[in-house]
Write a protein that binds this ligand. Structure first.
Ligand code: PHB
Length: 392
């Protein structure tokens, strides 16, 4: 067995784990990041693409993604589409903020590059099995490398940034599932298509056939989703059936069709772990909470966790001051539950539940109208979508 020693052991080389390790290094605190996946897998998995302005500020300001503003696409609004009509929510006039379209795997490429250039200890193909000793001063990550060899990482602090199937979670909550959660009776059928954009901004559409989201990736590749059954088989539909389903859900807009180069079914749920910290082990990002994708909050919430946690770890590990780490969970949870509410709200307002009655459908249109026709309604949506300021 190999033993490694570091100040902060981070499980998971996703946005949360990599950004945390980057910020800690700038504060002079060394860390080891491990991930069971290969670098290529991490850099090519398709995820969502909307970054809050605050997320972009942190990625750019910390040098994690130094030219992100030049590479990302600034979006000043979204369209809510229902009853065949589009209604634009203009972010800058309502909140003074915008959002940026920059795919998560591009953020990951930037973060990995910067970590490796800095000579940081970042190890791929290492599978964490469990975390031991959360109540001690020397918590440990028990892991296995790609060749089956045992690795133990001993640290002052362990961070579970290992996603919704976190192996660190049992060390914090006592079980792998322990949390508050809600399932949804629908999922998203997602495609990547080689076509020019169908719209300049994202369209979130409610229609009698269900929800659709028209998003983008680049001038030549677009990302689109439509509501489907959680058990749908992504290969069961022909390309023309997919375009028909998408087009039916955005009445009033003509989609520009192209070859479909990727398709997937995304199941989702809302989840918040019962506890975010136990002793010297803490959970961040999807390990701590997952949100349905409708409000694009997932990665932004992970970044907000990391900003709070990095400050707390600095106080603890450099100044032996425990007050910020003691306050971490309560502080992070305030934003987490606001984002949970927003993601649940956008999801319920825009999707059509399989058992929806006529009352439910008409009430939903009333809800959408009350949002778009009221400056207060539009402002609430814009504030949440562009991201609340981080309370330190
Ligand atoms: C995406 O582009 O993948 C995307 C954008 C906005 C969302 C979810 C996904 O709310």
């Amino acid at each position: 067995m190999t033993t490694a020693r570091t100040r902060v052991a981070i499980i998971g080389a996703g946005p949360a784990g990599l950004l945390l390790s980057h910020l800690l290094e700038k504060a002079g605190i060394d860390s080891i990041v491990i991930d069971s996946r290969t670098r290529e897998e991490i850099e090519t998995t398709i995820r969502a693409g909307i970054l809050e302005q605050g997320t972009v500020d942190v990625l750019e300001g910390s040098g994690a993604s130094p030219s992100i503003r030049a590479k990302a696409n600034k979006h000043d609004g979204i369209e809510l589409r229902f009853a065949g009509q589009g209604h634009r929510i203009d972010f800058p006039s309502l909140t003074g903020r915008s959002v940026y379209l920059y795919p998560q795997h591009e953020v990951l490429k930037d973060l990995i590059e910067v970590r490796l250039v800095a000579g940081q200890d970042l190890r791929f193909g290492i599978t964490a099995e469990r975390v031991d000793g959360s109540d001690s001063d020397r918590p440990r990550v028990i892991a296995t490398d790609a060749g089956g060899g045992a690795l133990e990482i001993e640290a002052d602090f362990v961070v579970g940034a290992d996603g919704s199937r976190s192996v660190a979670r049992p060390a914090v909550t006592g079980s792998s599932t322990g949390g508050y959660f809600r399932e949804y009776p629908f999922a998203w059928f997602g495609i990547l298509t080689e076509a020019p954009p169908s719209a300049e901004e994202l369209i979130y559409s409610n229609s009698p056939d269900g929800f659709a989201l028209i998003s983008q990736r680049s001038p030549t590749v677009q990302r689109m989703y439509f509501q489907c059954d959680p058990d749908a088989d992504p290969d069961a539909l022909s390309e023309s059936e997919i375009w028909e389903a998408l087009q039916a859900r955005v009445p009033g807009t003509t989609l520009v069709e192209g070859p479909i180069i990727k398709r997937d079914v995304l199941r989702f749920r809302s989840f918040v772990a019962h506890e975010l910290r136990r002793g010297r082990v803490v959970l961040v990002g999807d390990a701590a909470h997952t949100v349905p994708p409708t409000g694009a909050k997932g990665m932004n919430l992970a970044v907000a966790d990391v900003i709070l946690l990095e400050l707390a770890l600095r106080a603890l590990l450099l100044h032996n001051d425990e007050s910020a780490i003691d306050a971490y969970a309560d502080k992070a949870l305030r934003r987490i539950w606001k984002a949970q509410h927003f993601s649940w709200w956008m999801t319920s307002m825009l999707h059509v539940a399989p058992n929806a009655s006529d009352f439910d459908r008409l009430r939903q249109l009333g809800e959408l109208r009350s949002v778009v026709e009221s400056e207060a309604g539009r402002t609430y949506l814009a504030e949440a979508y562009t991201g609340w300021p981080i309370e330190l």
